[in-house]
Design a protein around this ligand. Sequence first.
Ligand SMILES: C[S@@+](CC[C@H](N)C(=O)[O-])C[C@H]1O[C@@H](n2cnc3c(N)ncnc32)[C@H](O)[C@@H]1O
Length: 385
Amino acid sequence: MQAASEILDEVIAAARNDGPPADAIVTRYFKTRRYAGSKDRRAVRELVFRAVRRSAEPPASGRAAIIGLADDLPELAALFGEERGPAPVGESDERSQAGAMPEWIAKKLSPLVAPNEWPALLERAPLDLRVNAARADRDLVLAGFPAGEASRISPWGIRLPADSRIDDHPAFTGGLIEVQDEGSQLVALACGAADGERIVDLCAGAGGKSLALAAAAPGAEILATDTNRARLAKLPPRADRAGASIATRLLNPPNELTGLADWAGRVDLVLVDAPCSGSGTWRRNPEGRWRLTPERLERVIALQARVLQLAAELVRPGGRLVYAVCSLLSREGAGQVDEFLIRHSSWQVQETPVDAGRSDGAGRLITPAYDGTDGFFVARLGRPC
Ligand SMILES: C[S@@+](CC[C@H](N)C(=O)[O-])C[C@H]1O[C@@H](n2cnc3c(N)ncnc32)[C@H](O)[C@@H]1O
């Protein structure tokens, strides 16, 4: 409890100061405490994340968070004995419960995500793998993972229990698999990438979706771009391991288009996996909801609109744009696309070729409770010929 309380103090501070995610804080804590065994580490980690999940707002302190937890866990309450002391602020508040969601964020969630789905937004995620379709057959790879099962929706996916380690597995070192949430795989599938196409993954980050597109269409010409040098630099070694050929290009905001002049109006498919609130991935970092502020949300919504406009300039007549966010907030997903369609009234909404999620405005909303994946909004828009 002492360790969890100390870690929670750091998690709470990091949420205020834009510090590292909770996961990284737990790992760092134990780096300097090698004496702690793996069972203890797991137990501490579990306590930390339980405490984060049950509080809609950052608790007053790590200790207050642990005392709050004792309400749910009688074995923990017994350990406090006489010392339990007064209830911390918010402890008996209805916001401190499984699936606790800050009120202002709850109001902005897509209406499809009803309160009974909130706990699933914060439950611990399993480990999903994507089999490299260009190199291997999913069922053959699956045979090498006794604890694994075929994903429910993605034809490339394998699902493992949350604690699984795969870095040393021959299928990983041999480039037959990547770690990728099934929701991300579904976004790549929604693109319908085909051999011979020119594709730009505009917000490629470390290239998770570029790699999925390259595996789906090994004969496509793919350019992965981003404004973040460190993230983009992670892609070439991953592409080498997967045997994929993906070009990368660093963009300089606000002049991204200048750096892409040679691709303007010539691209068959532009994927925009836009920067967002990350509200669809809070089951991995539930403290993300403590970090989001109305100001941050406004900034990211404005950036999404700008990046969408940039993407539209790249698409050739008859080509398509796939817009995705790992968010369940209406204005980042369906709302953002509605506004794009007002500005580009000749563009047409296309069906996404994946049987996942629910229809939400011009796109589909994929959610933890409904699909068992991270949450995503994805829409496909065609530029007229
Ligand atoms: C949701 S992440 C992308 C994740 C990635 N596609 C993947 O599958 O792992 C959004 C990315 O957009 C990038 N970004 C932010 N502003 C941008 C801009 N103006 N142009 C292109 N990329 C931008 C960020 O650096 C970040 O890596």
